[in-house]
Unconditional design. Structure first.
Length: 399
């Protein structure tokens, strides 16, 4: 059987690894991964390091050495842009004109960055950040034209980008966030307020509830106009990094006639509307939701691998959103519910100026947790999320 995987990000490579873990014989199972980029699988969250301080090559960001793929007989082909899927013939067409056949196809094509439809949004100096080449272009632009920089979007990648621009020596770095607080999917108001204070101490200014109106400049970016607090504002900028979320890549699937909504619609075995095609990672939509987060891809991969090999004993049941990261040098953990619902119990702790903890309990279980400033505490709490626990249990955990 030949399994062809389109995409060599976390979803595609995790699936290839899981397939090989279950069937090591290349004669029984051939695993081929087609990568649109010219780089081996790397960590996207580390992309801001490329333009912060010393230049970071794609090889240094790579998570596995070439020997890792060779030992597992995973054939990764770089620079292969798939332009169409011929479902009737079970072949994919490359933009080069070549064709590759498959018995089972897995779409792990990821997502694309959002870009606002505003005046000047494509002017030189305005960048999105999703792939290695994006980061390399941002670094080149910041070195060629140093000055004030703006990051649009106060999510995880946006805050990392802001911190590394500041480390690179930008004259001023400002983060503009449309939501009322930073990291709105991961933090409550108290945690976001602490994060904002810590960023300010590092020299990164944040403006929340900011609505963009225009990118100003003719031949190059000169400033950004926005509204905040009911007033029109403007800020000088030589460079802007857009980190405004992502949209699942569904073009390939849609053109092939697969069922799509926001993402490629899949069942609990990550199977699409075509029984020989699967989808996972940022491009997939399960239960009406396209999470577009790394934990979902990691949990989907083993379920998908088993199903491809004919074992449907491990259906995918969805993912509880969680993040354990170092955001701009600050340890942060978030899992489960962020907003308190009716009937929930709450435990809030503020053990220090750089620490914050908040826990939500529902029906005798830990429904949500936020921990800032303590990696040890986060590690102790993480296994309890979604499981039976009380406030006393959490308070008794080692810190």
């Amino acid at each position: 059987m030949t399994v062809l995987i389109i995409g060599n990000g976390v979803a595609g490579i995790s699936l290839a690894r899981e397939l090989r873990a279950r069937e090591s014989s290349p004669e029984k199972l051939a695993v081929t991964v087609l990568a649109r980029e010219n780089y081996d699988y790397y960590s996207r969250i580390r992309l801001p390091e490329v333009f912060g301080g010393e230049s970071m090559s794609a090889e240094l960001l790579a998570l596995y050495k070439p020997s890792w793929y060779a030992q597992r007989r995973i054939d990764v082909q770089l620079g292969k842009d798939v332009s169409a899927v011929d479902r009737a013939r079970r072949r994919v067409l490359l933009s080069s004109g070549d064709e590759i056949g498959y018995d089972v196809l897995a779409l792990a094509v990821g997502a694309e960055p959002a870009r606002p439809l505003l005046p000047g949004s494509y002017i030189p100096g305005v960048f999105t950040l999703r792939e290695y080449d994006d980061a390399a272009r941002i670094r080149a632009a910041s070195l060629a034209r140093p000055g004030p920089a703006v990051v649009v979007g106060g999510g995880l990648l946006g805050l990392e980008a802001a911190r590394h621009l500041q480390l690179e020596g930008a004259a001023r770095v400002t983060v503009l966030e449309a939501a009322p607080r930073l990291l709105p999917r991961q933090l409550d108001s108290g945690g976001a307020a602490l994060l904002e204070r810590l960023l300010s101490a590092m020299g990164v200014e944040t403006v929340t509830s900011a609505r963009l109106t225009a990118f100003e400049g003719r031949d190059r970016l000169e400033g950004i106009a926005f509204e905040a607090g009911g007033a029109a504002r403007r800020i000088d900028a030589c460079l802007a990094v857009l980190s405004m979320g992502v949209r699942p890549r569904i073009g390939l699937a849609k053109a092939a006639g697969l069922a799509t909504a926001r993402g490629v619609v899949v069942d609990r075995f990550l199977r699409t509307s075509d029984s020989s095609i699967y989808a996972l990672g940022d491009c997939a939509e399960f239960g009406g939701v396209a999470l577009c987060i790394i934990p979902a891809a990691l949990e989907e991969a083993p379920c998908c691998a088993q199903a491809i090999l004919g074992d449907e004993s491990r259906p995918y049941a969805g993912t509880v959103p969680s993040n354990t990261l170092k955001v701009a040098g600050i340890d942060l953990f978030s899992a489960g519910a962020v907003e308190r619902r009716e009937g929930m119990e709450e435990l809030a702790l503020e053990p220090g100026e750089r620490r914050y903890e908040r826990y939500l309990f529902e029906d005798g279980a830990l429904a949500g947790a936020i921990v800032i400033g303590s990696r040890a505490r986060a590690r102790a709490v993480a296994p309890l999320v979604g499981k039976a626990a009380t406030a006393a249990d959490v308070e008794a955990l080692p810190s």
